[in-house]
Design a binder for this molecule. Structure first.
Ligand code: T5A
Ligand code: NA
Length: 213
């Protein structure tokens, strides 16, 4: 065996959940926590609004532009594809990525509009599969009460209820459901535990895989 010198890889950790479930708050706390443990970690988010594709998505979400449902779905997917190789490079160099939303958002939100779920999953095939998906579980009613929804396209109670239903069919072996109605600190503690054990597993040589697996 000649892989003794190979640097151990980072973990691909995704946080998913409805709008206002607490993903962004927890993602930044997780990165600080991992860094405090002496680990390399970066915060990523999708959509990545900084790219050209991301700017089209951002305009759509803020209702500044209109797009066909299929078209915006493919743009969200393209926005992940344009980051795929950098993602792989970072993971292989030992950096853990804490990612705020990923392909599951892509499929849950578009299929909640009525698009066929297999059609929605297809463009995600071949993207890196997360080592862990932490789903921040909160009812749409409770989420709506947090700080109130803004003006973005999907921030409407009736639609969020449909999204919650569509997330349910996406749960697989990599998912851990976390009760997002606990205090921020309690959610944080629970996430630290499951993320740290995931990072350890990846350091021990767990192979990277691709969606959908
Ligand atoms: N989308 C996204 C698609 O349709 N397809 C795709 O492929 C992708 C990637 C993007 C939108 O695009 C859709 C999904 C979205 O509709 P976004 O920029 O990711 O949107 O924005 P949101 O996910 O909506 O982000 P939010 O900021 O609304 O929600 P977060 O990040 O889940 O929540 P957070 O941490 O900002 O917290 C929200 C509020 O709740 C409080 C916070 O202080 C804050 O005020 N809070 C708590 N309060 C009480 N108890 C707790 N435990 C709390 N945790 C947080
Ligand atoms: Na957010």
């Amino acid at each position: 065996k000649d892989d003794n010198n190979k640097e151990s890889r980072g973990a691909l950790v995704v946080l998913e959940g409805l709008d206002r479930s607490g993903k962004s708050s927890q993602c930044s706390r997780l990165v600080s926590y991992l860094e405090g443990q002496g680990l390399s970690a970066e915060l990523w988010r999708f959509p990545d609004r900084t790219t050209n594709v991301g700017q089209m998505i951002s305009a759509y979400l803020s209702n500044a532009s209109q797009l066909d449902d299929h078209t915006i779905h493919l743009l969200f997917s393209a926005n992940r594809w344009e980051k795929r190789s950098l993602m792989e490079t970072k993971l292989k160099s030992g950096i853990t990525l804490i990612v705020d939303r990923y392909s599951y958002s892509g499929v849950a939100f578009s299929s909640a509009k009525g698009l066929d779920i297999e059609w929605c999953k297809a463009p995600e095939i071949g993207l890196l599969a997360p080592d862990l998906v932490a789903y921040l579980d909160i009812s749409p009613d409770k989420a709506a009460k947090r700080g109130g929804y803004g003006d973005e396209r999907y921030e409407k109670l009736e639609f969020q209820k449909k999204v919650a239903e569509h997330y349910k069919v996406l749960h697989d072996a990599s998912w851990k459901v976390v009760d997002a109605c606990q205090t921020i600190e309690d959610v944080e503690k629970q996430l630290q535990e499951i993320v740290l054990s995931c990072v350890t597993e990846c350091q021990k040589g767990k192979a990277l895989s691709s969606l959908w697996s």
